[in-house]
Design a protein around this ligand. Structure first.
Ligand SMILES: Cc1cc2nc3c(=O)[nH]c(=O)nc-3n(C[C@H](O)[C@H](O)[C@H](O)COP(=O)(O)OP(=O)(O)OC[C@H]3O[C@@H](n4cnc5c(N)ncnc54)[C@H](O)[C@@H]3O)c2cc1C
Length: 159
């Protein structure tokens, strides 16, 4: 079995405008984004035997943060859901380790532990979210796929 995945950088309105209850029309709509591509490739979209499934990517704002709430904090995607960049699972595990260390360092003062944890969490999350935007640009920006080829071959980004 061959599965085809199409990744597009489009606003949610664009996805919502497609009628996925009409699979053939939905596939044709998506395939129009690839006008001029080899028909052997666009056929992977239009001639599929299963119905297309939209999978929107959601992300929190880059500088997302919250006011301290006594006794509560967040980690992983709940704290910093971002565009996939190969770091989300690493960040989630790192958050967990950092939270554990903060609690261990403040065994009698959970508020001090959570404050210390969030102090480092916010800038770490923002920095990674900016990097994730960069990955999106490399993968789906105006110079893609050349920018992705350059990324993997360590060349300068295409101008
Ligand atoms: C397409 C895609 C590709 C990705 N590729 C990578 C990659 O290559 N490398 C990488 O590091 N990261 C990648 N990520 C990101 C990574 O998957 C996430 O950042 C990571 O899983 C976050 O872990 P988490 O524990 O915070 O959240 P999750 O893994 O989402 O875990 C949350 C859990 O809570 C459960 N849950 C939700 N609500 C409730 C409830 N009310 N009660 C009980 N349980 C509940 C959910 O079922 C889920 O099991 C990718 C993400 C996507 C979408």
């Amino acid at each position: 079995m061959l599965h085809t995945y199409v990744e597009l950088n489009k606003p949610k309105d664009w996805i919502d405008s497609i009628d996925f209850s009409d699979p053939a029309a939905a596939k044709a709509h998506v395939a129009r984004e690839f006008d001029g591509w080899a028909p052997e490739l666009t056929a992977l979209i239009t001639d599929g035997e299963t119905d297309p499934v939209p999978r929107p990517i959601h992300a929190l704002p880059v500088e997302h943060r919250w006011a301290r709430v006594p006794g509560v904090t967040l980690l992983g995607d709940a704290a910093h859901l971002m565009i996939p960049s190969g770091e989300g699972a690493n960040l989630a595990m790192f958050d967990g380790a950092e939270l554990g260390k903060a609690i261990a360092a403040n065994p009698d003062d959970i508020e001090a532990a959570l404050t210390a944890y969030e102090k480092d969490l916010f800038p770490r999350s923002a920095s990674e979210a900016v990097e994730a935007q960069g990955v999106l640009e490399v993968c789906l920006g105006p110079n893609a796929p050349q920018s992705l080829v350059d990324f993997f071959t360590n060349n300068q980004p295409a101008k």
